[in-house]
Design a protein around this ligand. Structure first.
Ligand code: TMP
Length: 213
């Protein structure tokens, strides 16, 4: 198993999570810009990644390739392993002194694949991955999220109201479980406009990093 310094993860690895259309991608970008403008070295990243495994996952999410749900769970875990430990990955960035902000991580697999193939396999596949220092979990009504993504040209297989409702419930269950394992998970009201969500995030992240707003 790879070795890592838990302080690097505890102090500098931040993850943003939520159902589709919750606004995680926009807020990860904005947070990255703010931190860089304040002089931090910062890697802004996402899962699924842009590497080979991540691209294969995208073809499955688009409906182009069809595989059984348990295969998808394995692919996400493999993509994450490379994202963490591979070249130019999360651990490398943390070791070089950067902050890392990721749009999605382990909790996404527990919520989404927990919904498609039951919680046992995703839990097993992801239990060895280290905890980030801070996870921000967006809470937004799935109806609002579906309305937000309705205008997107490219649709993905998970983007239905019924599925997102189930994922939201699974997010809650799994966040509770991870909190009991010592993960720091803070809730964000993602139903507000972009600027107020950004302010909520900044106040939590600045406190986490130990500096004033
Ligand atoms: P996004 O790029 O819009 O965040 O879409 C990524 C999709 O992949 C989203 O529907 C969530 C899903 N996903 C999983 O099902 N499991 C995972 O482990 C991750 C990281 C994402």
């Amino acid at each position: 198993m790879p070795t890592y310094n838990t302080d690097e993860l505890k102090n500098r690895f931040i993850v943003i999570e939520g159902i589709d259309g919750a606004g995680t991608t926009t807020q990860v970008r904005l947070l990255g810009e703010t931190l860089i403008a304040r002089g931090f070295s910062c890697m802004v990243t996402a899962e699924p990644t842009m590497n080979h495994i991540g691209q294969l996952i995208r073809t499955i999410l688009s409906g182009e390739d069809m595989v059984v749900p348990t295969t998808v769970a394995h692919l996400f875990a493999a993509d994450r392993n490379e994202h963490l430990y591979g070249k130019n990955g999360i651990m490398e960035s943390l070791k070089s002194g950067s902050l890392v902000i990721s749009d999605r991580y382990v909790l996404s697999s527990l919520a989404y694949q927990g919904t498609t193939c039951g919680h046992r396999l995703p839990w097993l596949l992801n239990s060895a991955f280290p905890a980030p220092g801070l996870t921000l979990l967006f809470e937004v009504d799935p109806e609002i999220c579906i309305a937000r993504i309705r205008s997107r040209l490219k649709k993905e297989i998970y983007e239905t109201l019924e599925f997102q409702r189930r994922v939201q419930t699974m997010y809650e269950r799994m966040a509770y479980r991870l909190s009991n394992k010592g993960w720091r998970i803070e809730r964000i009201d993602g139903s507000k406009d972009i600027e107020s969500v950004q302010r909520q995030i900044e106040s939590i992240v600045f406190a986490f990093l130990g500096f004033e707003c």
